[in-house]
Ligand binder design. Structure first.
Ligand SMILES: C[S@@+](CC[C@H](N)C(=O)[O-])C[C@H]1O[C@@H](n2cnc3c(N)ncnc32)[C@H](O)[C@@H]1O
Length: 235
């Protein structure tokens, strides 16, 4: 059972319907996911992932899980930074296309197959919009991190105001689906801008992460707010 294609679901799906639709979509676009990412962000996603890893600020050799790892780019950056890393994702298709040498496994990040307080750190790239229950992701991440453990969530965002906001809207709503259509699957990349509606505003995201059990929660806007990095330390 793969569910209805997510782009056919209007309004945006929730709960079990969202799980099936999201997993089906990533299984479908996995083969060209990395290529479209590079083109669509003009290669900026590479630097954003490196920054994500850098902001963990954990000692070398720390054990870090990459949540919703997809094809494993963040896992590779974690290994390059001297961490012990592995990735978890529920899309078999994305895991098959992975090129990282880090160990990967199929798992639901809302039900992590990991013991309480067993991790030093966690990263998660561009997946907040895709999970069916955001507070559960934050709580589950808190559960598996030891006190003092660090988390870094990288996600797309919208610039606050002005020309940048207008330019970003045109790029995201018009150019991205066009690039996705040429290189991969137009309908899936039409979903991308629509899925921003799942994301709470920045202040609310910070509140939710804090409430899940993190302190020193901060948000860093990247490229004028086109992307965001949410950081926290496990209480
Ligand atoms: C936009 S991709 C991001 C992949 C990778 N983190 C990156 O930085 O490119 C979102 C990923 O989230 C995964 N995902 C969404 N919900 C999930 C869940 N509940 N459990 C595991 N993986 C999930 C999808 O399968 C997909 O691989």
């Amino acid at each position: 059972m793969t569910g209805r294609p997510i782009e056919d679901v209007d309004p945006l799906p929730s709960g079990a319907e969202k799980v099936l639709a999201v997993r089906g979509m990533f299984d479908r676009i996995a083969g060209r996911y990395d290529l479209v990412n590079r083109v669509m962000t003009l290669g900026l996603d590479v630097g954003w992932r490196r920054r994500t890893v850098c902001e963990l600020r954990l000692p070398g050799g720390s054990l870090v899980v990459d949540l919703a790892c997809g094809t494993g780019d963040l896992c590779t950056d974690l290994l390059d930074a001297g961490y012990r890393a592995f990735g978890l994702d529920f899309s078999h298709g994305m895991l098959i296309e992975a090129t990282t040498s880090a160990p990967l496994a199929e798992a639901d990040v809302l039900r992590l197959p990991l013991a309480d307080a067993s991790m030093d750190g966690a990263t998660c790239g561009f997946a907040l919009r895709n999970v069916a229950a955001l507070s559960e992701l934050f709580e589950e991440t808190a559960r598996v991190l030891r006190p003092g453990g660090r988390v870094a969530f990288l996600e797309a965002s919208e610039p606050d105001r002005g020309l940048l906001r207008a330019g970003h809207a045109i790029y995201f709503k018009r150019i991205v689906p066009m690039i996705g259509g040429i290189l991969s699957d137009r309908e899936a990349y039409r979903y991308l801008p629509r899925s921003m509606a799942y994301l709470p505003p920045p202040a609310r995201l910070v509140e939710m992460i804090d409430a899940a059990g993190f302190e020193q929660v901060e948000r860093i806007a990247l490229l004028g707010g086109a992307a965001q990095l949410l950081l926290g330390t496990r209480r």
